[in-house]
Design a protein. Structure first.
Lengths: 520, 384
């Protein structure tokens, strides 16, 4: 390693960083470094660990293991303040964390000094303005200093935050999805600020999904997947390879046995469907035995589509058909009776009962939607319930003591297995799974995928997931959803991956937009 | 943080979970409410851990204690009262205790059903009092017979419950507020027909005429007749209803749905439950049972007393809450409510026999309630 010249010593180096939340290992021996005047783009799919890595670098989160070097000095960053004192500053993605509304722009620009007590005892308006002007000049920011910070739009808030960081003599600036809420012109302005900072020797860790941004500003691209660094490219960048690394596989190598009985009528048909009045129309068909995964950013309409099929919402226009007949359920009760089942997203909200409730155990959880069929006379037949539970425990390998365990005693993966087992406990036509791998470890995910792929026979399955990798693992066909319509369809049994990659990058692009929209 | 605390207070710790770490959040929110560090102050002066054989013979003595605490206290009290006052355990005294708590238990069962759907019916006391006036008015002024009166009272009760349910489910008025409003409404309404006076035979009506109806003896028998010379009718009926509602709530799929709606409304809805219907039904049940309670009171006292039934609400709510501690269920349950009502009845009866003044009664009830709640929420917090 050539480390002799001064400017080759990385301003920030994270070595073998490991972090786990419960059983979920978010970061696994991740390594990343940022040099003086270098812009490093950090890419990764949802849940790859980008944010956690950024938070560790900024002292917001402490790693379980690993070392942090700032200018080759090992440090423990126990708080954002400690990181800031060592020249590492993060500009958060969510705009409400960027400053203090209620205070003026000028006050926000000198907020660090004010808060740290280094401003001096007297904080008169003139003095604040004078200092603030100097701070603003550092990034060429031209703003009315007297206006309320709360009145600023996201781009200006961001620039104020960046100006503050530069004034604090930041050696490394971490930008978390900085262009998420910016227009093209505003983004261009941000990039010029980034260029300027690069010229000043500030190292920048630039977290983004947006391929065009990365192409524009990055000197180096680091790809994170399942908490590990899987690619590290210097210019010239090959972003297609980076996206492949991010997804974790070469699409052309995936092959699926064709198990569909193509002769029979489709289970589900969507014809000229408009999910919301402003969205474009789309078609979708699901054959018996087929598993279709819908992927797309948060808010792209995945859950809404599932909800419409399950009777939770109405579609704006078009026709939904089930087994060749028109299908307009008025609610879950009717859907379940017709053999259309749905396991909602966020199991503790949508599926599970608090532990003290009667019927909150494994057997009761599985039995709840099937109560009419299993207990026709009203009386809860415990042995009937237990048989079904035992079958589920065996089939999915649920780790528990007895079928009377309440769900809070199980791990996240096993809880999710119970949720899936509930809906597989009775014959169905169409199974809708909304984010079925949420908060589930890798092993349990494999079991769940096996269970989903095994149980289909004559029925069809529709999986909604924002994680492209999950979609590819579970499905026969992957549909990409954007702006409440199906933007691309990819048959894993035969298909061309190039167009799919384009669609995926478009989704990653949306993701940043949508996540911002949710916050505002 | 405050949301988290609130949610686990209502036993919904799990619902606040966010994406990707649902399970972890749940345990976290529970732990936040449990002072982990304080739980076992096993310092130098702490008790030595029990030897292995003790733990093997009594694998969970604490568990046993929590489960049967109320019964153990009850047994101790009975022994104590019997030792001091030999008349205590006589059959007639025991049935008089049951007679005194029958109405409270009945209203408590109604409250229990509304608690099961995560609601609360504050109007049960007023419904009982209103029914007392209604039945008296029906017989004394309208000259209804017993069957007509009972039918009218029960139907009116069901209708009040329906209104409560619709206010809560359709207009989305918070349950406490809706039933509080109904409580006031009924307390006022019951005074209007008789111009604020109690209803007795020969009542002077506001228009100057005199009511010439009277209480039907068959109606009065509902409150006063004793089967086999000792079992009061209300005790028998309430006992039967307690059994019916225990079976409904604990052994049938309908009961499962009631509790599921209360535990996690969204989950119940997505599992195909007619959530709104169950919520409305809970208030109809509670109001109808309260109306039946009012009938028993009317049949016992034989006059439409304006001030009767004023303590019924608090007593029945207390019974339902004491019921949380019974068998360490830590949730509303029918058996617990019945046991809670009887427990309070026995304590009060015993103390009365020992010549403890009547004005200490509310204080004693308060102690019992606070003790039971401490047992449920404090000590009972350990794993079941």
């Amino acid at each position: 390693m050539p480390t002799s010249p001064q400017h080759d010593i990385p301003s920030l180096r994270l070595v073998n960083i490991t972090k786990a939340y419960g059983p979920v290992r978010v970061l696994d021996q991740a390594k990343i470094s940022v040099r003086r005047g270098e812009v490093v783009a950090l890419m990764g799919a949802n849940g790859a660990g980008k944010s956690t890595l950024a938070k560790i670098a900024a002292g917001v989160v402490e790693p379980d293991d690993g070392q942090i070097f700032v200018a080759d000095k090992e440090l423990r960053l126990s708080s954002p303040r400690a990181a800031r004192q060592n020249g590492i500053v993060i500009v958060h993605q969510s705009t409400h964390e960027l400053g203090a509304p209620g205070l003026s722009v000028a006050e926000n620009l000198v907020l660090d000094d004010l808060c740290a007590g280094t401003f001096g005892a007297l904080a008169g308006k003139r003095k604040i303005e004078r200092r603030a002007k100097a701070v603003a000049a550092g990034v060429g920011l031209e703003l009315e200093l007297n206006q309320d910070f709360g009145e600023l739009g996201p781009p200006h808030r961001q620039l104020v935050a960046i100006a503050r960081a530069v004034a604090a003599n930041a050696a490394v600036l971490i930008l978390d999805e900085p262009t998420a809420s910016l227009s093209a012109a505003e983004a261009a302005r941000l990039f010029s600020v980034v260029d300027r900072l690069r010229g000043l020797g500030v190292g920048i860790l630039y977290i983004s999904h947006r391929l065009e941004d990365i192409r524009r500003v990055a000197d180096r691209v680091v790809v994170l997947r399942n908490g590990q660094i899987v690619a590290n490219q210097v210019r010239p960048l090959d972003l297609t390879a980076a996206v492949k690394a991010m997804i974790g596989r070469d699409l052309d190598t995936i092959s699926r046995e064709t198990s569909c009985s193509s002769s029979s009528t489709p289970v589900l048909t969507l014809r000229q469907v408009r999910l919301i009045p402003s969205a474009p129309k789309f078609d979708l068909t699901l054959a018996p035995g087929e598993i279709l995964a819908i992927t797309g950013a948060l808010g792209s309409g995945k859950s809404r589509l599932l909800g419409a099929i399950f009777g939770l919402t109405q579609i704006a226009e078009g026709e939904i058909g089930l087994m060749g007949r028109p299908w307009r359920p008025r609610g879950p009760e009717e859907a379940i009776a017709a053999g259309v089942f749905m396991a909602g997203e966020d199991r503790w909200r949508s599926s599970l009962l608090p532990p003290l409730t009667p019927g909150a155990d494994i057997a009761g959880t599985i039995a709840l939607p099937h109560r009419r069929r299993w207990f026709p006379f009203g009386f809860v037949d415990e042995s009937r319930e237990k048989v079904a539970a035992a079958q589920a425990i065996r089939a999915l390998g649920i780790r528990c003591r007895t079928s009377r365990d309440t769900l809070d005693l199980l791990s996240g993966g096993n809880q999710q297995k119970v949720v899936i087992a509930r809906w597989q406990a009775a014959p169905y036509r169409l199974l809708l799974l909304d984010e079925p791998f949420q908060g589930v470890d890798v092993g349990a995910r494999r079991d769940l995928i096996a269970a989903i792929r095994e149980a289909r026979r004559d029925s069809a399955t529709l999986v909604a997931t924002s994680d492209v990798e999950e979609a590819l693992e579970v499905a026969d066909v992957v549909a990409v959803m954007r702006h409440h319509t199906v933007a691309g369809l990819y048959d894993l049994r035969s298909g061309d991956s190039a167009s799919f990659l384009t669609a995926i990058s478009a989704v990653e692009h949306d993701e940043t937009l949508e996540s911002e929209r949710v916050l505002v | 943080m405050s949301a988290e605390t609130h949610s686990s207070e209502t036993n919904k710790g799990g619902i606040t979970s966010s994406r990707s770490v649902g399970a972890e959040r749940v345990s976290l929110s529970e732990d936040l409410n449990r002072p982990v560090g304080l739980e076992r102050p096993r310092g130098a002066r702490g008790p030595a851990p029990s030897p292995m054989w003790v733990r093997r013979v009594f694998p969970s003595f604490g568990h046993f204690l929590r489960r049967y605490a109320i019964f153990l206290v009850l047994a101790a009290l009975i022994v104590f009262f019997q030792a001091r006052e030999p008349a205590f355990l006589r059959i007639n005294n025991l049935f008089s205790v049951l007679q005194s708590v029958a109405v409270v238990a009945l209203l408590g069962i109604g409250v229990t059903v509304t608690l099961a759907v995560d609601g609360f019916d504050l109007s049960v006391g007023s419904i009982a009092a209103f029914t007392l006036m209604l039945t008296s008015y029906a017989m004394v002024v309208l000259q209804f017979d017993a069957a007509q009166t009972v039918a009218l009272a029960l139907l009116t009760g069901a209708l009040i419950g329906l209104v409560n349910g619709l206010l809560i489910v359709w207009l989305r008025i918070p349950d406490l507020l809706a039933t509080l409003g109904m409580m006031f409404l009924l307390a006022g309404l019951q005074l209007i027909p008789s111009a604020g006076r109690s209803i007795t035979v020969g009542l002077n009506l506001p228009d100057g005429s005199v009511a010439n109806g009277s209480f039907d003896p068959a109606f009065l028998a509902l409150g006063r007749y004793k089967l086999w010379g000792s079992v009061p009718v209300p005790v028998l009926i309430v006992g039967l209803l307690a059994g019916v509602f225990w079976f409904l709530m604990e052994q049938t799929r309908w009961g499962r749905v009631f509790y599921a709606v209360g535990g996690n409304e969204t989950a119940a809805y997505l599992a195909g439950a007619a959530v709104k219907r169950y919520r409305i039904l809970a208030y109809v049940i509670s109001a109808t049972l309260a109306a039946l309670g009012g009938i028993f009171v009317a049949a016992r006292v034989g006059r439409g007393d304006v001030f009767a039934g004023s303590s019924l609400l608090l007593d029945s709510v207390a019974a339902a809450l004491i019921g949380f501690a019974v068998l360490n269920q830590r949730r509303a349950n029918v058996i617990g409510t019945a046991v809670g009502a009887v427990f309070v009845g026995i304590v009060l009866n015993g103390l009365t026999m020992l010549n403890v003044p009547y004005y200490t009664q509310d204080f004693v009830k308060g102690i019992v309630l606070v003790g039971a709640l401490a047992l449920t929420f404090g000590i009972g917090r350990g794993r079941r």
